[in-house]
Write a protein that binds this ligand. Structure first.
Ligand SMILES: [Zn+2]
Length: 151
């Protein structure tokens, strides 16, 4: 069984927060797709609370689409330390980092949670705007690196 690319990374050596371009995939029709890790928290040291992470997912799913053209998907990492981002095209990590920072500024200024009803979400009671803002502030203060091992 081939190891998934991100499982080959030594999670004890990386220094969060960082944006990592994992790969560019080539589609059969000539399309390209770029995959990124948006690692917010230090692996095996920190983890999001579920309501804060879920809140960030709702807000960033909206704001990142406003800030980055060609976004396909943003999804939470099961370890609760960050998000996966998938985009059309061969996209530079620096552009993703800048779009992410602008999106997190929007999180700080958000007045209400997005899609916080039972119609729009599968667990709408487990959403925290306060928690999302606390983590947005935390990672913006630390600053995202483009080098996974720190500056
Ligand atoms: Zn939801």
């Amino acid at each position: 069984m081939e190891k998934v690319e991100s499982f080959k990374l030594d999670h004890n050596k990386v220094k969060a927060p960082f944006v990592r371009k994992c790969c560019v995939l080539d589609g059969k029709m000539g399309d390209k797709v770029s995959k990124f890790d948006l690692r917010f928290l230090q692996p095996n040291k920190e983890a999001f609370g579920t309501a804060a992470m879920h809140g960030l997912e709702h807000l960033l799913a909206t704001y990142l689409r406003e800030e980055l053209e060609g976004l396909i998907d943003l999804s939470p990492m099961g370890c609760r330390t960050g998000f996966y981002l998938v985009m059309w095209g061969d996209v530079e990590a620096k552009a993703v980092k800048e779009g992410l920072e602008r999106s997190l500024e929007k999180v700080l200024n958000a007045e209400e949670m997005i899609a916080a009803t039972s119609v729009e979400c599968g667990n709408y009671r487990d959403l925290s705007l306060f928690g999302a803002k606390e983590y947005a502030k935390y990672v913006l203060d630390k600053g995202f690196s483009l080098n996974i091992y720190g500056e």
